[in-house]
Write a protein that binds this ligand. Structure first.
Ligand code: SAM
Ligand code: SF4
Length: 508
């Protein structure tokens, strides 16, 4: 029996490319339930990149439980160390190789003490670099991509039994297939969930934006079958989830098959998931403007569980650059979608990704981006300097200087920060419905999210964890809101919850 799994609650930011994420959860496994032939062993997973990687790391940990692996919060005592990597930007890849250099020392020390510490590289760097990782870091034991981690228990057994492992050379197992059978058919069922849980519904991408490695590392676009997603959603809610965040590299391109062989769109799937008893909130990320269909926009007006927040990246406000990026739409198309979304759900909060310094970007193109940001007004957004990725079309073009990219990024981020602060300031003296996700170690305060994805922290009893409560907002910064539990909850001594958990527009 798992006592505590809490990856997701650490990682509520909808886009986290700037963060290295150490998964520091403690899971206790009952040896009475699990077959445990090898005795308990410590597993440490460090996760880089997006929410999809967080989801994958969670599943890897669960897959390894039957082999006796228990998550620990430090690499230094671990028997198996997995780096679940991201290949989106160059820095992330280099960080992985320098981390491997550091981890090598642990492997060497382990050998001196008679322990074979296994070192694994998973995720998109593993997929893209494959055997190159073993060439550069021969002490690595396992290299496997995002589509083959369901084979991890076998790989670990093989590496453990392998006589090849030595202080210098690892077991050298590489599995970067794109197998016909999907990993989702082999993933373990969730028995304990965080309040907000990720649910992967779609993977890969066929859009081939000029700058992006995803189609090469995650493969072509594929949607999970409807039944499988509904089963996982129901299980997660039974296991304690109140919010489901549907994940996909192109999540709104979802077109999974139902039992009867019909294709379902994302909006249809959302409406069905909204029927799950006890599910309070639904979110989805990341969407592409081209796949924002009418039904999905209308779902924002009609499905109360669907939160009034959308991360809809445009990357640039210049038509010329959108074309160069192969984004398949222009600025007017994007603005029209935003208008429709706002007509359907006037209070919807918007987020985006922006890339500055893509090859060919001029001062005028950048000025167009600034103009667009001022026109739309974002509640938050993510921005990156363009990073050339090997094998992508834009990497072969003439590059802008790093100084030019840095200047533009600074200007852009200043504007986005101002918008985020002003969005948050407008919440002062309002009451917000907050889904309480965790208690902070550093000060014991509770934290959760508003419908608009804002972080809120406040003092309150631990029994509020996992509940939807009204918080009176008193202060705001760019990153967070601060408030107090509304009086009615304080005096009644228990949490007043809407019967069917739906929040309705009056709370938003
Ligand atoms: N599918 C989503 C879309 O098209 O909007 C985005 C998914 S992508 C994995 C996440 C974000 O990473 C992108 O929106 C983009 O802003 C950023 N990104 C991708 N490749 C990049 C690169 N080569 N340099 C800088 N940022 C990049
Ligand atoms: Fe990458 Fe998104 Fe473009 Fe696909 S649509 S190639 S995931 S940026």
């Amino acid at each position: 029996m798992i006592i505590c799994v809490c990856f997701n609650s650490f990682l509520r930011k909808l886009n986290c490319f700037e963060l290295d994420l150490s998964l520091v959860c403690n899971i206790m496994a009952s040896s009475g339930v699990l077959e445990n032939p090898t005795g308990n062993k410590a597993l440490f997973i460090k996760t880089y990149g997006c929410q999809m990687n967080v989801y994958d790391s969670d599943k890897m940990a669960k897959l390894l439980e039957p082999l006796g692996f228990i998550l620990c919060n430090s690499a230094s005592n671990a028997d198996l160390i997995i780096l679940n990597t991201c290949h989106i930007r160059e820095k992330a890849t280099e960080k992985v190789f320098s981390e491997l250099g550091r981890l090598r020392k642990l492997k060497t020390e382990g050998f001196k003490n008679g322990r074979n510490v296994l070192l694994a590289v998973a995720g998109c760097v593993a997929q893209a670099e494959g055997s190159e990782i073993i060439t550069r870091a021969p002490y690595v034991d396992l290299v496997f991509g995002p589509q083959t981690y369901h084979r991890l228990p076998n790989m670990v057994m093989e590496a453990t039994n392998s006589l090849k492992g030595s202080e210098i050379n690892g077991a050298g197992i590489i599995d970067t297939d794109f197998p016909i059978e999907t990993k989702f058919d082999h993933l373990p069922t969730d028995t304990k969930s965080s309040t907000s849980a990720f649910l992967s519904i779609q993977e890969g991408c066929d859009k081939f934006c000029s700058f992006c490695v995803v189609p090469y590392t995650r493969g072509t676009e594929a949607s999970r079958p409807v039944e499988q997603i509904l089963d996982e959603g129901i299980n997660l809610v039974k296991a304690g989830a109140k919010e489901l965040v549907l994940l996909g590299q192109n999540v709104n391109a979802y077109h999974g098959l139902s039992k009867s062989g019909k294709e379902w769109s994302l909006s249809r799937l959302i409406r069905e998931l909204a029927e799950i008893d006890g599910l309070a909130r639904i979110r989805y990320t990341t969407s592409h403007p081209k796949d924002m269909d009418h039904e999905l926009i209308i779902a924002h007006a009609e499905v109360p569980q669907l939160m009034p927040y959308l991360h809809l990246p445009i990357q640039t406000g210049s038509d010329r650059m959108l074309k160069a990026m192969n984004r398949k739409h222009d600025v007017a198309f994007y603005v029209k979608i935003i208008e429709k979304l706002r007509a359907a759900r006037p209070d919807i909060a918007l987020s985006s990704d922006f890339i500055v310094g893509h090859p060919g970007e001029t001062d005028n193109d950048f000025a167009d981006t600034i103009r667009l940001i001022m026109e739309i007004g974002y509640s938050q957004a993510y921005s990156f300097k363009y990073s050339p990725r090997p094998g992508t079309p834009a990497s072969n073009l003439e590059q802008l200087s790093d100084a030019a990219k840095s200047d533009r990024l600074q200007t852009l981020q200043q504007l986005l920060n101002e918008q985020q602060l002003s969005f948050n300031m407008r919440c002062i003296n309002t009451s917000q419905k907050v889904l309480v996700e965790r208690r902070r170690d550093r000060d014991g305060r509770l934290t959760g999210r508003t419908p608009f994805m804002q972080n809120v922290s406040f003092d309150g009893p631990i029994r509020l964890l996992g509940e939807l409560i009204d918080i009176n907002i008193e202060q705001a910064t760019g990153k967070s809101l601060f408030g107090k539990v509304a009086i009615k909850e304080q005096y009644s001594g228990h949490v007043i919850m809407n019967k069917n958990y739906s929040e309705g527009r009056k709370h938003a």
